[in-house]
Design a protein around this ligand. Structure first.
Ligand code: HEC
Length: 118
């Protein structure tokens, strides 16, 4: 029961932050996208020390990072320069990136420092 309320609170917070970002859809996209192959189980156990932990990062930050990789893919003079991630995000639209960011932000990893009221 407590788990349900926690989940509801997290979903609500995420939906308010990013115009109805869909956490469930984000989960599907992450699973189908093979993201855990590098970022690890729960997006919290990267396979290499120089690969970032993502679970529990702020949604707005994750969305911005994903958009920056995409910008690089589209216009080489702008955005974050990482061939792997630019390739990974090329297939998604802006709403997809919002949903992905909302899902990853909802995961309780080491970086998840907010309480459920936030
Ligand atoms: C082949 C390995 C690989 C796969 C698969 C992969 N990533 Fe990454 N990801 C990386 C690496 C390496 C970085 C760090 C890149 C850099 O230095 O900018 C990164 C960075 C990121 C960042 C930025 C993190 C930060 O703190 O700035 C996000 C967000 C991200 N990945 C999300 C995803 C998502 C979502 C997927 C699946 C659609 C995915 N990644 C699949 C290797 C991967």
């Amino acid at each position: 029961m407590k788990k349900f309320f926690l989940l509801a609170a997290v979903s609500l917070a995420a939906a308010q932050a990013a115009h109805a970002a869909d956490i469930k859809k984000g989960e599907d996209l992450v699973n189908k996208g093979g993201c855990i192959a590098c970022h690890g189980a729960g997006m919290d156990k990267p396979i290499a020390p120089n690969y970032p932990k993502l679970a529990g990062q702020y949604q707005s930050y994750l969305f911005h990072a994903l958009q920056q990789y995409q910008a690089k893919h589209q216009t080489p003079l702008y955005g974050r320069n990482n061939a792997i991630m630019s390739g990974m995000v090329a297939q998604y639209n802006t709403q997809d990136l919002q949903d992905i960011a909302a899902y990853i932000a909802s995961l309780k990893g080491d970086l998840y420092i907010r309480d459920e009221m936030h």
